[in-house]
Design a protein around this ligand. Structure first.
Ligand SMILES: [Zn+2]
Length: 429
């Protein structure tokens, strides 16, 4: 399978991109289509690496608009948990397909997911043509440790049967919902199998206080003590990390994913301390979190919030330049988020991610978008744009959206609405 895009604008230069068997074979001013290639004439439209959503719960699109004005614990206990107990594979599949359609629209082609029925999410990702790191959540605050271990092993076995677009990870929910014994087991299992660990960490100040009271150390140091901090660890949120924790996370090579919009919606009182994380050398990514706590999966829209909240919190408008924010959203500052393989040195710029031999995952932006075309592209993308500027989304050399049209989207929206109604949470539920 081969695809050639011609006349695309990359850092102000018109280039061609030829993709063969899912990988960029050549990119440059003299790259042209060859016989038999599928072709796209970009007409001068900007070319951009695809974005990576570093933390979400895709199927929670079903919960969008359901109880979102309640405080966190009432929302979970009265709204979310009773419905989640009724979820089946088809609910999760169509919720994740809806999330997939939104992410294709917003230029996000790879995401890190934590949710029930992970095989249904994986099936949805494969059918959508996307890529994901998928893990079922582990909870044993209710004492079901052995049951959770058995479920995790079964999920991992099922996910191992998926194609190359799916990477299995182990997803203990958080240090407050998972026992010390189960966390240790996760660390040992991940090390033995070379799997990534994906969990929420230091989202609320109370989590920190409870951890210090129970274990004598702050959350990241507690995780390190249990053997869960390593190059394959993704920590979602990290709002309350202090300097010692950031230095430990950097030394272990773990990744912290900021979720600024979810932090504001749940009013947790702060944001991941990016300037301190950067100074410590922490690998950083950006996520939306689930639609239940955002409610959008538009990472480009969240990028503006990320940049603005960091500038505002630091009292310094130079703290996170637009090009750097864009590189973070593309996964260029946390190689694990992009490929799930052993991390390599972070790429210098988002455009450097589009090199021969890398996965053919990229976007063409709407050349006629009112939000683009004046000033620097990175600045326009961070401060003026949203996912609506994405015209074409390509994953592994396959076109998933062209001209703003996602194949099968009307059916996906209708089927997801049916599943929400079945659960009693839809517009007609
Ligand atoms: Zn989350």
């Amino acid at each position: 399978m081969s695809l050639t895009v011609t006349d695309a604008s990359l850092d102000g230069t018109l280039v061609g991109v030829r993709c063969v068997d899912g990988v960029i074979e050549a990119i440059g001013a003299d790259v042209a289509a060859q016989a038999g290639d599928e072709t796209i004439d970009a007409g001068g439209a900007p070319l951009l690496p695809a974005l990576v959503n570093g933390h979400t719960h895709a199927a929670m699109t079903l919960f969008r608009g359901y109880g979102g004005d309640l405080p966190l614990m009432r929302w979970l206990e009265e709204k979310i948990w009773p419905v989640e107990a009724k979820l089946d594979d088809e609910d999760v599949y169509w919720g994740a397909r809806l999330a997939g359609a939104e992410m294709i629209r917003a230029g996000c082609t790879r995401f890190w997911d934590m949710y029930w029925h992970p095989l249904a999410t994986a099936r949805a990702v494969e059918d959508a043509g996307l890529r994901a790191h998928v893990g079922g959540p582990l909870f044993d605050a209710d004492g079901r440790t052995a049951e959770m271990q058995a479920q995790t092993l079964a999920d991992l076995e099922a996910l191992a049967g998926c194609g190359a677009a799916i990477a299995a990870s182990i997803a203990p929910h958080s240090i407050y919902m998972v026992s010390e014994a189960l966390l240790r087991w996760v660390g040992e299992l991940a090390a033995e199998r070379g799997l990534a660990i994906h969990l929420h960490l230091s989202e609320t100040e109370r989590e920190v206080a409870d951890c210090v009271a129970a274990h004598g150390v702050r959350p990241a140091l507690y995780l390190d003590r249990l053997g869960l901090l390593g190059e394959r660890t993704v920590l979602a949120h990290g709002v309350w990390l202090d300097r010692e924790e950031l230095e430990t996370i950097a030394a272990r090579g773990a990744t912290v994913v900021a979720n600024p919009v979810a932090n504001m919606k749940l009013a947790v009182g702060g944001f991941m301390p990016y300037p301190a994380a950067r100074a410590a050398g922490v690998r950083v990514g950006l996520g939306t979190d689930g639609a239940g706590s955002n409610d959008s999966l538009d990472l480009l829209a969240d990028l503006k919030h990320f940049a603005l909240t960091q500038r505002h919190a630091a009292g310094d408008p130079t703290v996170l330049p637009a090009a750097e924010a864009l590189a973070i959203a593309a996964g260029a500052r946390a190689p694990l988020l992009r490929d799930g393989a052993a991390p390599t040195a972070p790429a210098a710029t988002a455009a450097e991610l589009l090199a021969p031999g890398t996965p053919a995952d990229f976007l063409l932006l709407r050349g006629d978008s009112p939000a683009l075309g004046l000033g620097e592209l990175a600045s326009d993308l961070v401060y003026a744009a949203s996912g609506a500027v994405v015209d074409t989304t390509v994953v592994a050399g396959r076109v998933l959206m062209r001209g703003g049209v996602v194949e099968g989207e009307a059916e996906i929206v209708a089927r997801a609405a049916e599943r929400a109604d079945r659960l009693g949470i839809g517009a007609d539920g």
